[in-house]
Design a protein around this ligand. Structure first.
Ligand code: DGL
Length: 263
């Protein structure tokens, strides 16, 4: 699994609950996080470097748990890079498609809200994927660039965060969606706030649950990637070990140790 930093650990947690027996290496590019405001070129370069590292460690299937990386780079890496690799069959998958599928399948009124980083929203990836499945869907999206730093600073329960979220959600609420996609790894930690702000008729997707369910299904359909069993988890970071352990443990929901720093 790859993420720009720590947020993808919420997804790892979900996967671990459903698939305790597969072995996973999680690489967080915490030295260069956040990716959310970076250009597509930079996100592609960083994501590719991290995927190279994971492939070199024997991973055959990489899940980009990061929405920004999934939205900005997945297609480029799949189409332009993977075919040039030799050796065992490898693939990279992301989180945008599974969340788009889920949103369309449970929406009754066809109105879907999406929140994410600036990169994710400006890429239009969620709109594209949702419309590929239901061309009549009405998607309202909003970039919420202040939320990632607020979460990482532990400011979720501050009144300022409440006001900022109210501002971000106002246009989405006016479009009256019955499904909201939390299209950023960090937003799951603010779920209660999102629930308070949105109408009770709006279902807020649980990203770790949806992604882990769809991943299991994918692995069943693609045995060719030969996922290693044993339930081992390896944590890799490009940044500070202490920071990864402290912040990562909050996102993961349990103490993380045995972290390896890669350069
Ligand atoms: N992991 C990123 C995402 O899901 C959020 C943090 C960042 O901006 O790097 O979009």
């Amino acid at each position: 699994m790859f993420d720009s930093g720590f947020g993808g650990l919420t997804v790892l947690r979900g996967i671990r609950e459903k698939c305790p027996d597969i072995s996973i290496a999680y690489l967080g590019d915490s030295a260069r996080t956040p990716y959310g405001n970076r250009s597509r070129e930079v996100v592609t370069k960083y994501t590719k470097e991290c995927c190279e590292e994971l492939f070199s460690r024997g991973c055959n299937l990489i899940l980009l748990a990061c929405n920004t990386a999934s939205a900005d780079t997945l297609r480029t890496l799949q189409q332009d890079w993977l075919p040039t690799l030799s050796g065992e069959k490898k693939n990279i998958i992301g989180v945008v498609r599974p969340l788009a599928e889920e949103a369309v399948s449970i929406s009754k009124n066809g109105r879907i809200g999406v929140v994410g980083t600036r990169g994710t929203i400006e890429s239009g990836a969620y709109v594209d994927e949702i419309k590929k499945i239901n061309m009549n869907a009405n998607v309202t999206q909003k970039a919420c660039p202040l939320l990632v730093p607020l979460v990482e600073e532990g400011w979720i329960n501050k009144p300022e965060t409440n006001r900022i979220l109210r501002f971000y959600l106002s246009s989405i609420k006016s479009s009256n969606p019955d499904v909201l996609v939390l299209g950023c790894t960090h937003y799951e930690t603010m779920r209660k706030l999102f629930e308070k702000k949105m109408s009770s008729k709006c279902k807020i997707l649980n990203t770790p649950d949806v992604v882990s369910r769809k991943l299991m299904d994918y692995m069943k359909r693609h045995p060719e990637y030969e996922i290693k069993k044993g339930g081992e988890t390896v944590f890799l970071t490009t940044g500070s070990l202490n920071r990864f352990s402290e912040l990562g443990s909050i996102f993961y929901g349990e103490k993380i140790s045995n972290i390896e720093r890669i350069c």
